[in-house]
Structures are given as C-alpha cells and as structure tokens.
Design a protein around this ligand. Structure first.
Ligand code: NAP
Length: 227
C-alpha cells in the first residue's frame, strides 16, 4: 500500500514531536517534510507532500496555507489562539483545498461538544466553563474552552460568563462545564491523560482528509461521526 506523505509544521514543538512519534508507529504514513520557524520553503520538496499537519503558532498560518494552496494539498491545523482575521484565512483557503481545523483533536472532547446539546433542556440554569493547562501554554482561555463556549451558548440560547483559565504544572488539558441551579449541579468533565491523544487524533484526521476530494472546512466531528 502506498504510504501517505505528511508535511509537519512545528515539528520541534511538544505536539510536533508527539505527532512524529505517532506517525513513526503507524505503518500507513511517513513524515517527508518538516517546516520550522527558520526554514526557507523548498517547493520541489514540499510538492511531494500529500497532506499537511500544522501544530505551531498563529504566525505560521499564512505561510502554511500558501504552500498548501500552491500545491493543492489538504491541511489539518491544530494550532490555537487565532484571531477572527486568522480564522477567516482558514475559511478562505477552504474554498480551494480541504481544511480541517480543530481546537482539540481528541475523541473525548468531540463527544463532550456533542453532549452540550443536552443542556438545551436546562437552559434556565447558570453555566460556567473551567479549564486547566500546563504552565507553558501560550493562549488563555484555551481554544478548546472557546469552542465549548460557542457550542454551549448555541445549546442554551444565551451568553454565558467567560471560561475560567487556570495554569499550572504539567496538566495536558482538563475542561469542565458546570450547569447550576438552586437545587442541583451537573458537571461534564474531560481530562486528557497525555499528549498522544491529540497526536493520534491529528494523524487520524490527516489520513481521512487526504482522501477528501472536495475543498471545504471540515471539523473533527466529521472524521469521527461522518460529514
Ligand atoms: N488541537 C489540539 O488538539 C491541540 C492540542 C495541544 C496543543 N495544541 C496547540 O498546538 C500548538 C502548538 O502547541 P505546542 O505545545 O506543541 O507548542 P510548542 O511546544 O511551543 O511548539 C510550537 C512549535 O511551532 C514552531 N513554530 C512557531 N512559530 C512558527 C512559525 N511561524 N513557523 C514555523 N514554525 C513555527 C515552534 O518553533 P520554535 O521552537 O522555533 O519556536 C515550535 O517548534 C498551540 O497552538 C497549542 O495550543 C492543539
């Protein structure tokens, strides 16, 4: 079977190293090109890539999309901390190539986002999202908390208070969604037990996206639950 060729952006970072390890242990794909902060793009080499995986920083986004669009290849992006302008760049690129952006690549958080729809039946409750991450995380609140907040507000049909963001130690990511009334409290909670869960999700998404022929903006739920 022909192996899928992956271009990895942010390869030296915490997630990049984890993704390379997952790819190494997966018989169906290889990393054939890496892009770092100081590397000049070699287009001959980049043209061999079947699908890009980007876990870097918002500053890398326009270069990543430029290369992917030039060679008409899909992009899986897990970077968080994007401004509205940068999110619009993803939307614009998705008119030409398949783009999948997810603030969290784990199956558990995809399920949690679906579960939030249940809160529509207690929309009169008070709601609060809480998130915990390692001390070196750059964005605050996390991209996952922002996505959860968007889905929560959609489900309950009202604005909810901003997520509370706590930074400390080596926590890979804990997200809690509380629904509170005078008589009871419901809490949905997801904990990532390692970084591999995000890396495995990103590689699964890349192998899936490489097969998508149509340009478009895909979500992790499309990979897990079908488009
Ligand atoms: N979607 C998810 O499931 C998920 C899960 C975890 C993390 N994330 C997100 O993924 C991103 C990376 O996280 P991390 O913990 O791996 O961060 P990190 O350890 O700081 O790694 C980021 C890597 O990207 C590189 N980079 C930064 N700017 C670049 C640019 N302009 N061009 C090329 N390379 C560039 C960095 O290079 P230097 O070493 O030269 O700075 C570094 O190697 C963050 O946005 C984080 O929030 C997403």
């Amino acid at each position: 079977m022909k192996k899928i060729k992956i271009g990895l952006v942010g390869a030296n970072g915490r997630m990049g190293r984890e993704i390379a390890e997952v790819i190494n242990n997966n018989g169906s794909c290889d990393v054939v090109y890496t892009l770092g902060r100081d590397k000049k793009v070699d287009h001959d080499h980049a043209s061999k890539v079947d699908v890009w995986i980007d876990f870097s920083s918002p500053e890398a986004l326009s270069d990543v999309l430029k290369i992917a669009e030039r060679h008409k290849k899909p992009v899986v992006c897990g970077t968080t901390g994007f401004t509205t302008k940068e999110k619009n760049q993803l939307v614009k690129a998705s008119k030409n190539i398949p783009v999948l952006w997810a603030s969290n690549m784990s199956m558990g958080v995809a399920v949690l986002n679906e579960a939030l729809k249940m809160f529509s039946s207690v929309s009169n409750f008070d709601f609060q999202i809480e998130e915990f991450h390692h001390i070196r995380k750059k964005d605050k609140p996390s991209g996952t908390a922002i996505t959860l907040q968007e889905n929560l507000e959609k489900a309950v049909g009202k604005k909810c208070p901003e997520p509370l963001a706590i930074r400390g130690g080596g926590i890979f990511g804990i997200h809690k969604v509380h629904a509170m009334s005078d008589e009871e409290v419901i809490t949905f909670e997801h904990s990532a037990l390692n970084r591999t869960v995000f890396a495995k999700g990103a590689v699964t998404a890349a192998l899936w996206l490489a097969k998508q022929k149509k340009p478009g903006l895909y979500q992790i739920r499309d990979v897990l639950f079908g488009k």
